[in-house]
Every structure is written in structure tokens, then in C-alpha cells.
Design a protein around this ligand. Structure first.
Ligand code: UDP
Ligand code: MG
Length: 315
């Protein structure tokens, strides 16, 4: 009987120290799960260090190791998409190469799918050890905001680490949008998902590839991709200020008729003008953000461009 296969997709960006460490750690799990075959797909997201040669070396030594190298850095979302697309297994999992997603969980995830009939088992870190206080705080705020704005469920602490059945992977791949926010896409496609919790640890080597600005952009991408409520909010703000100005007109007319002196109040008028211009620019910014995403989608540019894969090794 054909053995079932698990594909492991590993996005990497400047991770030369971690590629081998990850492989060694994962090998322990792979050798425990003898009833399965494995395929490890490293995606080199335009690394400028020795990541690619580390991948080539592993692929030469172990037939289970494959790799896809991008022509430049396209971002983790693109790397995940490329990995999912290249995967051939009956089950697919996405893991960070820094070992912040513990490989031993794969076994537990696989059992849950087999025995409890889930389509997907996803990891959720209960603590956010290894991240700064500011990052933990901002992440918490982000989840509080997006859960209010979006109908798609966003689970706090959810990682991209999850084991999915082929059906679910195909459903995710069917969404070929350019602005990808996978945490939302996984939730959007539905399927029965079980959450397993684990304690987050620090990355084994190297530094985080997401600085504050990158995370902010990622958060905005998530909100714009999965909610149109900000557009509605800007319309509501507009109506609200029309109402306030109407009241203000009535008050000023009454004041002038009773006390005269129609010219005073210049400083307060300037304040109001500044405030309202700010609100207007803010609302135009929101509309601009949606427009820019639509603009990028209509161009239909490729999500990633491949420079080399393990198939090029044999030549
Ligand atoms: N990553 C990537 N492309 C990028 C940024 C990150 O492929 O442009 C990979 C990175 O190599 C790692 C994973 O995405 O395997 C998660 O990145 P990181 O550990 O820096 O994120 P954090 O844990 O700080 O959220
Ligand atoms: Mg990490």
C-alpha cells in the first residue's frame, strides 16, 4: 500500500545558521513517523547570505529535501504560497526555519487528523516568549481590532504552523490574490480546524526578519484584505461631522443674534479647520489604501519568480 506523504514548507530569508539545525531537529520527528514519507521544501526568499548553498547541500544529501529559490525577496506570504503550490504530499505543513514552530508537534497534529477526523490542526502559541513587550502589546491590539472589523475569524496567537489535508491546501491555492494574508485565508476556506497550544520559544539563531514597520504594514494588509469596515467608518465619520457642523451653525447664529460680535473665535476656527482636514486626509488615506490594493490586484503580477529549484542540481 502506498504510504501517505507529508510535505513540509519552510520559508527562509537570510537563515544560513538555521537551515541545517532545522533539518536535524525535523529528522528526529521524521524518523519516528515511519508510516509516512516526507518531503521538505525550503523556500529561499531571496536571501543574501549562504542560505541557498545550505539548501543545495541538504538536497544533494537527502532526496526528501527540495528547494525553491526566488529571484529576490518577495516576502513570507509569497514564500508560503510557492511552497504550498510545489507540495505534493497528502498533508502539508508550513513551518518557520528558526525552530519557533516545534517539529515534535507534527506527530500530534497528524494523530489528531487521523483519529479525530479534523481537516486541519493549527498551532497557537499561548505565551509570546521571545518577543519584546512592545511587540506583544501591539499584536494584542491588532487582534482586538481585527476581530471587531472582520467577519473572518482571526485567532489570537495563531501561527502559520498548521498541518492541512490536501483538500484544504487546494482551496487555499485557489485564491490567487496578490495581497495575501494567509492567516485570514486559512480561516476563510473553513474546514474543521483543531487548535493545539504550545509555549513559544526564542528563535535558535539569527534575528527576526520582521521589524516594527514591516509588522505594521502586515497588520494593515490583514485589515484591508479581510474587512471593508474602515470604508464604512470613514463614511460614518463624515455624516457625524456634518451633523456637528449643523449644530455649530445654529449655535453661532443664536450667539450672534443675542450678543452680537460675529468676528471673535478666530483661533478656535483654525483648530476646527485643522482637525477636520486631518479627519478628511485620514479618510482619503483609507480609501487610497483600498484603491492601491485593487490597483495591484488588477495588474496580475506574479506573486513570486523562481530562479532555481532542486531540479537544476542534476544538470
Ligand atoms: N521569512 C521569509 N521572508 C521574509 C521574512 C521572513 O521567508 O521576507 C521567513 C523567515 O526566514 C522565517 C519565517 O519567515 O522562517 C518567520 O520569520 P521570523 O522568525 O523573522 O518572524 P517572527 O518569528 O519574528 O515573527
Ligand atoms: Mg521567528
Amino acid at each position: 500500500m502506498r504510504k501517505e506523504a507529508i510535505s513540509i514548507v519552510v520559508p527562509c530569508y537570510n537563515e544560513e545558521e538555521n537551515i541545517k539545525l532545522f533539518y536535524q531537529e525535523l529528522s528526529k520527528t521524521m524518523s519516528k513517523m515511519k508510516e509516512l514519507t516526507f518531503e521538505v521544501i525550503y523556500v529561499n526568499d531571496g536571501s543574501k547570505d549562504r542560505s541557498l548553498s545550505e539548501m543545495r547541500e541538504l538536497a544533494k544529501k537527502d532526496k526528501r529535501v527540495r528547494y525553491i529559490a526566488f529571484s529576490r525577496n518577495f516576502g513570507k506570504e509569497a514564500a508560503m504560497y510557492a511552497g504550498l503550490k510545489a507540495s505534493t504530499g497528502d498533508y502539508v505543513t508550513i513551518m518557520d526555519v528558526d525552530l519557533q514552530d516545534p517539529p515534535y508537534l507534527i506527530e500530534e497534529m497528524y494523530r489528531s487528523i487521523q483519529e479525530e477526523g479534523y481537516d486541519c490542526v493549527a498551532a497557537r502559541s499561548v505565551s509570546r516568549n521571545g518577543y519584546s513587550f512592545l511587540r506583544k502589546f501591539c499584536t494584542k491590539c491588532f487582534y482586538a481590532i481585527i476581530s471587531k472589523l472582520s467577519k473572518t475569524e482571526m485567532v489570537a496567537g495563531a501561527r502559520d504552523f498548521r498541518l492541512m489535508k490536501r483538500r484544504m491546501v487546494d482551496a487555499v491555492l485557489e485564491m490567487q490574490e496578490y495581497n495575501r494574508y494567509s492567516k485570514g485565508l486559512f480561516s476563510f476556506v473553513g474546514f474543521d480546524t483543531k487548535w493545539v497550544e504550545f509555549e513559544n520559544t526564542e528563535r535558535v539563531a539569527g534575528t527576526s526578519k520582521f521589524n516594527f514597520f514591516k509588522l505594521l504594514v502586515y497588520a494593515i494588509e490583514g485589515i484591508v484584505g479581510f474587512s471593508t469596515v474602515p470604508l464604512l467608518l470613514s463614511a460614518i465619520l463624515g455624516i457625524f461631522f456634518c451633523f456637528v457642523s449643523f449644530i455649530a451653525i445654529l449655535v453661532i447664529i443664536a450667539k450672534t443674534l443675542i450678543w452680537g460680535d460675529p468676528v471673535s473665535g478666530w483661533p478656535s476656527m483654525i483648530c476646527v479647520m485643522f482637525f477636520l482636514s486631518g479627519i478628511q486626509l485620514f479618510c482619503i488615506g483609507i480609501i487610497g489604501e483600498y484603491l492601491s490594493k485593487t490597483y495591484l490586484e488588477t495588474k496580475k503580477r506574479p506573486i513570486y519568480i523562481v530562479k532555481e529549484t532542486e531540479k537544476d542540481l542534476k544538470k
